[in-house]
Structure formats: C-alpha cells, structure tokens
Design a binder for this molecule. Sequence first.
Ligand code: GDP
Length: 445
Amino acid sequence: AIFGSLSDRLTESLKNLRTKGKLSASDVDGTVREIRRALLEADVSLDVVKKFTAAVRERALSDDVNRALNPAQQVVQIVNEELIEILGGQQRRLEFAKNPPTVIMLAGLQGAGKTTLAGKLAKWLKKDGHTPMLVAADLQRPNAVTQLQVVGEQAGVTTYAPEPGNGVGDPVKVAKNAIDEARRRQFDTVIIDTAGRLGVDAELMKQAADIRKATNPDEVLFVIDAMIGQDAVATAKAFQDGVDFTGVVLSKLDGDARGGAALSVASVTGRPIMFASTGEGLDDFEPFYPDRMASRILDLGDILTLIEQAQEAFDEEEARQVAEKFATDSFTLDDFLKQMQQLRNMGSIKKMIGMLPGAGAMRQQLDDFDEREIVRTEAIIQSMTPAERRTPKLLNGSRRLRIAKGSGMTVTDVNQLVTRFEQAAKMMKTVAKGGVPQVPGMGPI
Ligand code: GDP
C-alpha cells in the first residue's frame, strides 16, 4: 500500500512506547525524533514535518492530556489527532449550487488522472441520484476528447464535446457552451475536464484560469498523482497560485510510492483532500476521510474504538478521584463494585482488553476472567452493610456466613473476594503512587 512503509515506521515508533509506564521528556523526544525520521523518509515536506512534530511534542509534554488513557496511549491519540489535522481535519463534501447546474472543474498535470476521475466522479454522483454531464475542455491532447467520451460511456453519462472537425476550438467557449447546454437539458452537475501538460507551464495555467473565470465553478478540484513524490508540493503550490482550487483529489493511492508528499498537500495549500482514487476502474474511488486515513496509517482501528469506549466509560475526574482513593487507602468495596460495573458498561471486557496495546501481561489473567465473576462479586458486595463495604475488616466469621447465604455464594467465595480486594487495593496503591492507574478497577481481576 502507498503509505505502507510510513505506516510501519510510525506504528513501530509508537509501539516502543507501549511498555513504558510514565513518560519522561526524553521518552517523548525520542519518539518525536523517530516520527520525524519516518515522515521525512516518506517524503512528507519539511515544513509539514516540523509543524507536526512540534505539535506532538508540545501536547505530549503538557498537562492537558487525557487521563483515562495511559501515557503511551495518550501519545498515540495525540499523533492521530495531529495526523488528521495534517490531512485536513474534517471531511469536506462537495458543495452543490443552489441553482443547478453545479459546476466542477478539474485541474492538474497531464497524467494526473483527471479524465479517469471525471468518469469516476460522474458515476459516483449518478449513483447518488445526480444527473452529471462531462465536458471535454481538454483540446490539447489529440485523443483526450475521445478518452473522455469513453469514460462517459462507461459511467453511463452524457459527454459534451466540441463538434467533429472543431477539435482545435477554444476550451473556454466549449466550457461555457456546455454549461448553457446543461442548463437547457437539465443536467444538475457539470464536470469539466481540462488540459494538462507534463510540467507546470504558464500558458496551461492561464488557460485553466480563464476557464475558471468564465465558468465560475462551484468546485475546482486539483488532481494530484500520489506517486510523484517530492514534486507534489511545488506542483500544488503552482496550481494554487495559477488557478487556485477548492479541494484536492489524491489519485493512484493504490500505487506503491512513499506517498508522504501527497500527505503534505492539504497542509501546504490549506485546501481539503476531498477524494481518493485507488485504481484504473471507475469504481476505484472514494470520498476522503482524514480520520479514517489517519487510523489506516497508524494501524489504529481497534485502538481508537477502545479509546472512544474508554472515554465514554470513564470520566477523567472520576479516574483522578479513584487514583486519589487508592493513594490514601480510602478505596472501598463500593468503589470496587462501581469500577466493575463501569467496566461492564464497556461491553465485552475480554474483547476490550484484547485491543489494548501492551496488555500482554494482563492477558493470562484475562483469559481466566469470566463475566459471571462480576455478577457473583456484585451479589456478595450488595449483601454487605455500607459500613462493611467501607471497612472490610469488620467482616467476622458470622457476618461472612450471613453474606454468603444472602448472596447465594459460599463462605470461600466471600473470603476470596475480600482477599482479592485487599491485594488489589495494596497493588493499586503502589501504582497510584507512581502515577495514574492504567485502567481503574482492572487491578483486582
Ligand atoms: P489525465 O491526463 O490527468 O486526464 O490522466 P488520465 O485520467 O488519462 O490518467 C492517466 C493514467 O493513469 C491512465 O492510464 C489511467 O488509467 C491511470 N490512472 C488514473 N487514475 C488512476 C488511479 O487511481 N490508479 C491507477 N493505478 N491508475 C490511474
């Protein structure tokens, strides 16, 4: 995959963090250095790399981190959020004109994938209930018009082309006429394919700018071949200066390039990446979601789900209070029960913990863990008096017998629970002294 080696490198540098309990400034620096190297090697532009690593470093070292997560997860979350930012933040959808037709103009170098994209976009829009028309305003390349007609046919849409014999016509006029025609025939979207050259070229830029001026498009999509490497940033800037555009389309994301340059385009131009092209077929096309791309690059699917669930289940304030209770020996069986119940809210616990990076050590214990255990524990604790829950030492032999009977358990079950609670409290106290417990309530299990 295009971001394959970048993905490997980033995941690797984040994995190195996973065994650490608490992160020092030098841990953060080390990781940031590795991230910097990975990005540079993937051809991400230097400015973007600097901005990115500075933001990650500052946030990782600040106190404003998410305390529901352990330090390594905090860094993963920060890197993910900053990557989303680099990729343009929110997903941006096409804007449709209030008065149809909506005009979408395509710009980019020759071979970038504009003509193919025209067909892909038309097919995608048609599926969505739109009535697109393709416009062949690339009158430079001899067979460009025919090529557009072919993809138009494949997409099952109408292609507007200059009359035969009129192939050296004026692309600006063709584009304007096409829009009139679209209005007359009630097409709701017009996709204008424009000419490209092999390199950035003043005359070509002027032609594209003229088409833009004459047709006042709702969207100008700059199509960039993700395989072109370092040149991507300069090309994007040249098109921004010469024509300007409202969005970016990354094409050939199915290729095997390092791809980092394409990752820089949104950040360098301040224009969102709106679509990704991933093959030669018309269906190899998808809207671009910065967040999904970031998690694909960081290989985070499961971890992000986990983080979301953890955030829902634990509020930070409460996590801090729990840590405080452990540290001061005031953690009670009530708290213990509450933690267990919260864990249960998080869905299937074993599956959840399976997603935790670095949960290796816990895994064996978890394999022995049984959801029914929670139910039994609940029953026992609920048979105790409030005073007993606060101070388990009050539980003498006869009380334990009563509780066992009350909860339908044996005295051994009750004894085991109390022992486990005491061990856990002791263990968590140690953890709490060295920092925030990783997942509150997991200790006793
Ligand atoms: P244009 O000159 O900008 O109109 O570029 P074309 O649409 O003619 O595309 C140039 C070449 O790239 C053609 O051979 C396309 O089949 C190919 N192409 C376009 N998009 C993609 C893509 O997303 N992936 C791959 N692998 N090839 C593509």
